[in-house]
Design a binder for this molecule. Structure first.
Ligand code: URA
Length: 219
């Protein structure tokens, strides 16, 4: 069987940055994490591996607390995100923020990012090449943060992190392990919930499940 996309990315990262197998290194302090993420963000800012930097107004690297145990991963910045340089600040983001708040969690206390760090023009779907060149940055982000749980929002991040072709409707709400070793809970993209309000109950249930998982400190 051939190497999966994720395995290829890991092999390249290990070669380029001498990352250790299974992250056996000593836990990074918050300051070390912040500094590593800052350097990674600078690399993303200078990245010209695809054309999206030419049309995007801002890099959209992340928002929230990099010491959080909970990370949300979306697809790609939209117009509002591109303007503000922050992920999930448009309508879909406001929905995510309000569901978190229903459960007493402030958006600033979790870490939020996307697969793509620059907006695709007209909010078109990411193409295969863009995901291939940008996703190693996400993998590095996760390796620095070492979250207890990653909630994947929608098809793109779910398929990438679980290395699957299965769609979100059959995967949502069930805890899985990524080949990278992370606990993953897939759920709908909040933009899909806005388009189809019937998905709202399941979306809420999934977010609640993620928060309970973190509270229990389960692994
Ligand atoms: N949709 C995403 O996938 N990410 C964002 O940051 C905003 C909308």
């Amino acid at each position: 069987m051939g190497l999966s996309t994720l395995e290829k990315i890991l092999a390249v990262l290990k070669e380029e940055f001498y990352l250790e197998e299974n992250s056996t290194e000593v836990e990074k302090t918050p300051d070390e994490k912040g500094e590593k993420l800052r350097l990674l963000e600078e690399r993303c800012r200078k990245c010209e591996k695809c054309n999206l930097y030419k049309t995007a107004r801002n890099l959209v690297f992340s928002d929230g607390d990099h010491n959080s145990k909970l990370v949300f991963v979306g697809e790609a910045p939209g117009e509002e995100e591109d303007l503000q340089g922050k992920p999930f600040v448009g309508r879909a983001g406001r929905l995510l923020t309000s569901v978190l708040e229903e459960y007493g969690v402030k958006r600033e206390s979790v870490y939020i990012c996307n697969i793509l760090k620059h907006r695709p023009p007209e909010n078109r779907n990411p193409d295969v090449e863009e995901v291939a060149v940008c996703s190693p940055y996400l993998v590095e982000q996760l390796m620095i943060i070492k979250p207890l749980l990653v909630v994947t929002l929608g098809n793109y991040s779910t398929k990438f992190l679980l290395n699957t072709r299965e769609g979100i409707s059959s995967l949502r709400g069930a805890l899985k392990k990524s080949p990278l070793g992370y606990n993953v809970l897939p759920t709908y993209h909040p933009a899909a919930v806005l388009r189809n309000i019937n998905l709202m109950d399941e979306f809420r249930t999934d977010i609640k499940k993620a928060l309970e998982f973190i509270e229990k400190g389960a692994d």
